[in-house]
Write a protein that binds this ligand. Structure first.
Ligand SMILES: Nc1ncnc2c1ncn2[C@@H]1O[C@H](COP(=O)(O)OP(=O)(O)OP(=O)(O)O)[C@@H](O)[C@H]1O
Ligand SMILES: Nc1nc2c(ncn2[C@@H]2O[C@H](COP(=O)(O)O)[C@@H](O)[C@H]2O)c(=O)[nH]1
Length: 257
């Protein structure tokens, strides 16, 4: 997420476990009371929840929506029970099981972290054994990664997601369109072939009007402030259009016009 901040956001889970040193409420987890969380689950506010290592963990619908509303793909760090539940949901997701190189190395890492007592370490190791068996279940997981060397594991993850082909600087640069979009004041709009064409504006009288194409085919939601997956194609000058100055619908490519 640090490398691709405009593409991915983290779903901040709720948990009843105590915060570790340096863990911040609302950033790493929403640390919460069990009674509050149980009620919220009953009220249908959670996409999934599970008892993991003796504490309650869960992904709230609001946590996922908050990432989706920013137009980003949501990353969930959840256990196997959670993965099973999400698999049954309507979410279009990729499931990646990340395994330690061995149980011995996991034990060494957990001890090295120094945040669990002996009983909790034993519980985590016992659960890890069971989880490792599920990790190879291809009816849940699309990919299985071994987290030996962290950098190598990350490179492999990027390869699986096709991110090795993405130029992170270019993705960052795409955000600069936002500033440009915000600066357009006067505009007119037309609906052509199921797409909204917005012609702006008075940025600079010496410059040709800008053109924005809004791909309406992929819009989700509709409640005020809740519309997501809007795709915009921005043309600063009409002459940049593939068909000169004509408003002709072109074939779809990568979800864009
Ligand atoms: N590639 C790695 N090399 C060294 N240490 C690592 C590596 N990956 C993770 N760790 C460390 O191992 C410890 C356990 O990490 P892990 O993410 O598996 O914990 P967890 O989420 O508590 O485990 P679980 O998902 O099994 O409940 C952490 O201290 C983490 O920083
Ligand atoms: N089912 C869910 N599992 C979750 C969620 N958030 C985290 N987790 C998993 O819990 C364990 C332990 O995490 P830790 O932070 O206490 O070490 C780990 O496997 C996480 O993946 C959740 O929302 N739902």
């Amino acid at each position: 997420m640090k490398d691709f901040p405009s593409m991915f956001g983290f779903s901040v889970s709720h948990t009843t476990r105590q915060p570790r040193h340096l863990e911040r409420n609302g950033v790493h987890y929403h640390f919460t009371e069990r009674s509050w969380m149980e009620s919220a689950i009953q009220e249908g506010k959670f996409l999934e929840s599970a008892d993991v290592h003796g504490n309650l963990y869960g992904t709230s619908i609001a946590a996922v929506e908050s990432v989706a509303n920013d137009g980003k793909r949501c990353i969930l760090d959840i256990d196997v029970q959670g993965a099973r539940a999400v698999k049954k949901s309507a979410l279009d997701a990729a499931f990646i099981f990340i395994a330690p190189p061995s149980l011995e190395q996991l034990e060494g890492r957990l001890r090295g972290r120094g945040t669990e007592n002996e009983e909790q370490i034993q519980k985590r190791l016992k659960n890890a054994k069971a989880e490792l068996e599920c990790g190879r279940d291809s009816s849940i997981f699309n990919h299985y990664l071994i987290n030996d060397d962290l950098d190598e594991c990350y490179s492999e993850l990027k390869r699986l997601l096709g991110l090795d082909l993405v130029d992170a600087n270019e993705v960052q640069g795409a955000n600069s369109n936002q500033a440009w979009l915000d600066s357009i004041h006067g505009h007119s709009a037309a609906l052509v072939g199921g797409n909204v064409f917005v012609i702006g504006g008075d940025i600079d009288p010496n410059v040709e009007p800008a053109l924005i194409i809004i791909d309406t085919n992929c819009i989700v939601g509709g409640a005020p402030g809740q519309t997501t997956r809007l795709r915009l194609v921005l043309h600063k000058h009409r002459s940049e259009l593939p068909n000169g100055n004509h408003f002709v619908k072109t074939s779809k490519e990568n979800g864009h016009l």
